[in-house]
Design a protein around this ligand. Sequence first.
Ligand code: IPE
Ligand code: IPE
Ligand code: MG
Length: 252
Amino acid sequence: MNIKEKLDTDNIPQHVAIIMDGNGRWAKEKGEMRLFGHATGVESVREALTAASEVKVKYLTLYAFSTENWKRPKEEVDGLMDLLVNTIANEAESLNKNNVKLNAIGKIEDLPDGCRNELLKAIEDTSKNTGTNLILALNYSAKMEIKDAIKKIASEYKEGSIELDEITDELVSDHLYTSGIPDPELMIRTSGEIRISNFLLWQLAYSELHFTPIFWPEFKKEDFYQAIYEYQNRERRFGLVGDQLKEQKNDE
Ligand code: IPE
Ligand code: IPE
Ligand code: MG
């Protein structure tokens, strides 16, 4: 039986987030330029998106560029921005055909003009789609997202539109870039690195984390299914003890 058939269709995560890592090392191993790794990584984006759509994952968030990534050599940053513009332009039609709704989180306003415009156009062009939501984390930093939320909440408090004890988990969530999107039940990171790298710090509080040594350009649909399969075989306790979960299940 293949891995996809083994999945419990009643327990598919609504939201899967991925740190797509290892493009550079993959290219280096092949004696290629780092940018070749990024370009090949686009194929893995298609794999992950198709896999997510096939098993009806509603939200797929992909970490494409962090605020820290601006510190890379200019040639790589420019190449990544060009790749982004071209990929969005080339894929917009296929996103529509597949009923995918595109969105973005991060400081989109600070992206280079060409990149931002292409992105906003694709977001607008796919806004009526009702299938998988593809969310690109671009020029993204979780600490910045939390700081921005704190600033907004503080100014609402100062204006008197909220009281201190109205600052609940829900209110904070509603002030993040991901407002309205459920927290990811599963986060995948490729390339063998075991860290979060400033990604969705608030939203990952209770996510299951899946680390795989596979470099992103080699990530395939089966790897996505494998991560969901392992997720389905974990016990998500949310601070309780195992027996309490069994009781909850029996009560259902
Ligand atoms: C991930 O691959 C893509 C981006 C961060 C833009 P890397 O470029 O980080 O590849 P490695 O980690 O250096 O191998
Ligand atoms: C995280 O990968 C950011 C993206 C995948 C876009 P990095 O390669 O930048 O992370 P670090 O520097 O290894 O932590
Ligand atoms: Mg990396």
